[in-house]
Write a protein that binds this ligand. Structure first.
Ligand SMILES: [Zn+2]
Length: 56
């Protein structure tokens, strides 16, 4: 099974995350590469912070 980043569409290979075509026949697992994971986490944290600001 290959893991593909749902943000930048890079796939996890032996040498790290690379842009690579994957056959549709292969089983693909969607996830986040380390870079997009950090960006997404920061976005979520910012949104939580903003929600807290609105509530108080
Ligand atoms: Zn990514």
């Amino acid at each position: 099974m290959r893991t593909i980043c749902c943000v930048c569409h890079r796939t996890k290979g032996a040498n790290g995350w690379v842009k690579q075509f994957i056959s549709q026949n292969k089983t693909i697992s969607h996830g986040y590469c380390p870079q997009c994971f950090q960006v997404t986490m920061k976005k979520i944290q910012d949104e939580i912070f903003q929600d807290r600001g609105r509530m108080s």
